[in-house]
Design a protein. Structure first.
Length: 164
């Protein structure tokens, strides 16, 4: 009997019967195979985290370098000038290295410029005084020392009320 004779009849079996046939064939193969000892595997050495220290950092550096090539790959020449603008015009004389090149022009105000509407020398101290409650001002002077000096039982009672 050959495999070609058996396959059509195995194909006609139910799913459960096919599993039984496979199980029987595997059992027979296990019995027929000579008993061979499993090859000894070398003992796994214990995990030492020091061997892996910096491994992720190195691969991250490689990734960063591939995404952001070194400055030598794309040399950048920049000019920074601080100019006072009058009549809404700015005139720049660029070096020959920029001639015939596409350039990016970024214009922003300097940090030393005062925001519009600000008065020089104006401080914020006392600007909220108009909103102060005169009755509470006297209590505010000693609020911290009063809160600290209260017995613990009053604090516990207050926290219990809050958690309800």
């Amino acid at each position: 009997m050959t495999i070609d004779d058996i396959l059509p009849s195995v194909g006609a079996l139910s799913h459960a019967d096919k599993l039984r046939v496979a199980q029987l064939v595997l059992q027979q193969l296990a019995q027929e195979a000579p008993a061979t000892a499993q090859p000894e595997q070398p003992a796994a050495e214990p995990f030492d985290p020091r061997r892996f220290y910096g491994a992720a950092r190195q691969s991250r550096q490689d990734l960063d370098e591939s995404l952001n090539p070194s400055p030598e790959a794309y040399p950048m020449e920049a000019i920074r000038k601080i100019e006072h603008i009058t009549n809404g015009e700015l005139h720049l004389q660029l070096p020959e290295a920029f001639w015939g090149q596409e350039v990016e022009v970024i214009i922003r105000t300097t940090a030393t410029a005062a925001p519009p509407g600000a008065k020089p020398g104006q401080h914020l101290r006392g600007s909220l005084k108009q909103y102060a409650d005169p009755e509470r001002r006297a209590r505010e002077q000693t609020a911290w020392s009063d809160a600290v000096s209260k017995p613990l039982s009053r604090c516990e009672t207050a926290s219990a009320k809050l958690t309800r």
